[in-house]
Design a protein around this ligand. Structure first.
Ligand code: AMP
Ligand code: MG
Length: 394
């Protein structure tokens, strides 16, 4: 049996993102960059006017003669002598000799004679070459999230495609002879199967949509075959049930038969003690204990960080906060506890119904309180650590 800390460390150091794809920039919103981006050009790539006005060679004089015009998009190189001015518009190429653009609001004009009423500083309103980025600069780092600003920025550099990390493909495998699909009256001895849909929707919340679901009866043959099929499809396999020590728990043996190497099994935690994690080449398998609250707790604490890390995110654990406890609590188990709780913005109430078979309290919780294995007494107003759950509570 290993500690929660050891398990998290194994997971942190085992998984690296490895699904990379080049996609059109317009299709990359919310994706994680899988490459450093180097600017292919200076930006701007020529000296640009930042204003509508007049380009001049700066001098003490206020009098200039208008000689020509430069619009945005014009390609020609206009020449300019001292005391001459070129009518210029925002974004247009500034003539090479000109060093300053005077905004039109500060100029009086009679035919070709210009009089500058407010002379700006030398160099004003001219965007130098490479002012924003220089050719060859690394402008966005691997691991950055591509938001609309980044998409606009990269398009402005002329790029059309980027390499991104793809989220993992997931297989969910639910095991158990007792499982019945909801929708019909419950048969004797059966329970409604609920872990698959819970995991599917949790995955979807975090942007993972490539999901296949499999079922297996409690036999070694069925479990082994289903694991084989699940491994064929996916990067990460999530198995529910069959990992404890009962006579009809075949998942561990079936994983072994499929050559999935165990990284850890059994954690000093409640709920979710029989959690199993393993690896086959670049694929990962979690065998989650079947009790619904164990499944979801293990999902938030162990599976979700891996999904995020695999997808290229660098902040991959759920956020934690410290809050005052509104509940007195005793931990006599010597295990790390993850307790369903409700945080109202001021203090946190540990809810009734913590058993791993019960989801009722989970449904009205918005945090999981994490109590370390060696902490025995929580008094009211003690500060406790809470893992925030997205989409739970209000
Ligand atoms: P197991 O880990 O297979 O021993 O299952 C532990 C408990 O979780 C048992 O009471 C199962 O009936 C229940 N369970 C297992 N799988 C599911 C599931 N997919 N949906 C709901 N409950 C389940
Ligand atoms: Mg079972």
């Amino acid at each position: 049996m290993i500690s929660v800390q050891q398990a998290l460390h194994i997971i942190d150091t085992t998984v690296v993102p490895n699904r990379i794809k080049k996609v059109k920039i317009a299709k990359s919103l919310g994706c994680i960059l899988a490459e450093d981006i180097t600017a292919p050009i200076h930006m701007p790539s020529f000296r640009q006017s930042a204003m509508d006005g007049y380009a001049i060679i700066w001098s003490e004089s206020a009098k200039y003669t208008l000689t020509d015009e430069a619009k945005a998009g014009d390609a020609q190189d206009l020449s300019l002598k001292p005391f001459e001015a070129v009518r210029i518009f925002t974004g247009a190429k500034v003539p090479d000799q000109a060093d300053t653009v005077v905004m039109q609001e500060h100029v009086s004009k009679i035919e070709h004679d210009l009089s500058i009423n407010i002379m700006p500083n030398k160099g004003a309103n001219v965007r130098p070459i490479g002012e924003q980025v220089k050719e060859g600069d690394i402008v966005l780092k691997k691991g950055s999230v591509l938001n609309e600003a980044a998409i606009g920025f990269l398009s402005g550099l002329g790029l059309t495609k980027v390499a991104i990390y793809l989220p993992p493909k997931i297989s969910i495998l639910v095991t158990g002879n007792e499982l019945q699909k909801p929708g019909k009256p419950l048969k004797p001895g059966k329970i409604y199967e609920s872990n698959a849909v819970m995991l599917q929707t949790a995955l979807k919340r975090f942007g993972i949509n490539d999901i296949k679901t499999f079922k297996a009866k409690d036999t070694l043959k069925a479990t082994r075959k289903s694991i084989k099929k699940a491994l064929k499809f996916s990067d990460i396999v999530l198995i529910s049930g069959g990992i404890s020590v009962g006579d009809y728990d075949f998942v561990k043996e079936a994983l072994d038969k499929n050559h999935v190497d165990e990284m850890f099994y059994r954690l000093n935690q409640k709920p979710g003690k029989p959690l199993w994690f393993g690896k086959k080449d670049h694929q990962f398998v979690f065998a989650l204990p079947g009790n619904p609250a164990s499944v979801l707790t293990c999902f938030y604490v162990y599976v979700l960080p891996i999904l995020k890390k695999f997808s290229g995110l660098t902040a991959y654990h759920l956020p934690q906060i410290q809050a005052k406890s509104a509940t007195a609590f005793k931990n006599t188990t010597g295990k790390t506890l993850f307790l369903k709780a409700y945080y109202n913005g001021e203090d946190v109430t540990i809810l009734q119904g913590q058993q791993s078979s019960m989801l009722h309290a989970f449904a009205s919780s918005n945090v999981l309180v994490k109590i370390p294995e060696n902490l025995e007494n929580i008094a009211i107003n003690d500060t406790i650590t809470c893992i925030k759950l997205d989409g739970h509570g209000s």
